[in-house]
Design a protein around this ligand. Structure first.
Ligand code: AMP
Length: 353
């Protein structure tokens, strides 16, 4: 089914990803309708319609279901049940969301699809942490099954004596314990998939994190990482197909000496794909709109020889005057208000020629 320009796209979540989706939608002539509980949601500022409501507000979701032509979401920490109201209009479907928002289901699903993951165990009590250390050895990282992002909801156990502290640091919540992966780089595979199975990949960015937060994405990746991309793409596509995913899907990988290890999946556009706005013929945001509206794929070719994207985190956004003074730098500021530490406030991209 083709949803033609002029139609309305509902977007659940109004952060920077929703904002960039709405801008891409507007370019193609769509109107976007944002639903977000934050009255100054970044995406609402650039969209035709805005409902300020909780993600489980059934009345607001019903109204959105009746008024939009197609719907999508921009982050995965959403209650799944209420979203069922959107029915077939929602892409990706709630299945992608259900798997991606629970780290235990996600790991099991990736393994079922033949993807390599770090050895892991389910954790429900303090004793499980000690058993995981005994079985997997140190270091391990505890990650809450739900609601974690940007390194939040994680605690490392680097020595036997640290188990109790780590368990309390993650709030004694249902978790997984994951063996520390000895990786030499991190990279992501971003693909877009259509209802009929057509799909495309962008070049993989090599990603650098600090404190669990993405700092920089660089395309092309190093030659060592490039050797792992074919295998990683195969795994990512198998995951997308098994999910019946429609739209953009991101799979984050560790490049290890044993090959690519899946860290996690995001059923959506991703920070490590922001470089595609200026660095690729078609951005991840436009392609997501094309995929969920049934338009043909745009080219994912590079515009130049590559791109470097740096996040503006917290106070860094206050340096905007120096950044806009660099004529070849593409500056994006998300309009999010207070620049709290660790908050993604914007990003800059330099396309390499
Ligand atoms: P995540 O929120 O799971 O993406 O984790 C944030 C960052 O923590 C990752 O990008 C890695 O840099 C690091 N990390 C997470 N899990 C592991 C692991 N099992 N081994 C080594 N580093 C990890």
């Amino acid at each position: 089914m083709i949803v033609a320009p002029g139609s309305t796209i509902g977007i659940i979540g109004g952060g920077q990803l929703g904002r960039m989706l709405a801008l891409a939608g507007a370019q193609l002539g769509y109107k976007c309708h944002i639903l977000d509980p934050n009255p100054i949601a970044a995406a609402a500022q650039v969209s035709a319609h805005f409902t300020c409501a909780a993600y489980d507000d059934l009345g607001a979701l019903r109204e959105m279901a009746d008024s939009v032509d197609v719907a999508t979401y921009e982050f995965e920490n959403l209650p799944v049940g209420p979203l069922e109201i959107l029915g077939d209009k929602l892409n990706p479907s709630t299945r992608s969301l259900e798997i991606a928002q629970d780290r235990a289901r996600e790991k099991a699903f990736i393994e079922k699809c033949g993807g390599r993951v770090a050895s892991w165990r389910q954790i429900g009590a303090a004793g499980d942490v000690a058993s995981a250390v005994a079985e997997l050895g140190c270091p391990i990282v505890l990650k809450t099954r739900r609601w974690g992002y940007d390194g939040k909801g994680q605690a490392w156990v680097r020595a036997d004596g640290e188990t109790a502290n780590a368990w309390s640091a993650i709030g004694e919540e249902a978790s997984i314990a994951e063996a520390g992966v000895d990786f030499f780089a991190e990279f992501s595979v971003i693909l877009a998939r259509w209802t009929d199975g057509r799909h495309c990949f962008w070049d993989s960015a090599q990603n650098e994190h600090g404190g669990g937060i993405l700092r920089r994405s660089t395309v092309p990746s190093s030659a060592e990482v490039a050797l792992q991309i074919a295998e990683a793409r195969e795994a990512a596509l198998r995951i997308a197909e098994a999910l019946g995913h429609v739209g953009v899907l991101t799979v984050e990988f560790f490049a290890s000496r044993d090959g690519p290890v899946v860290n996690e999946i995001a059923p959506r556009v991703h920070n490590s794909g922001h470089w595609t706005i200026e660095g690729a013929v078609t951005s991840q945001f436009e392609q997501h709109v094309r995929a969920i509206c049934g338009l043909p794929p745009g080219s994912t070719d590079l515009v130049g020889s590559g791109a470097v994207m740096d996040n503006l985190i917290g106070d860094e956004v206050h340096g905007w005057a120096d950044l806009v003074a660099q004529p070849d730098l593409h500056v994006h500021i998300y309009g999010k208000g207070e620049a709290r530490p660790g908050r993604k406030m914007g990003h800059v991209t330099r396309v390499t020629r």
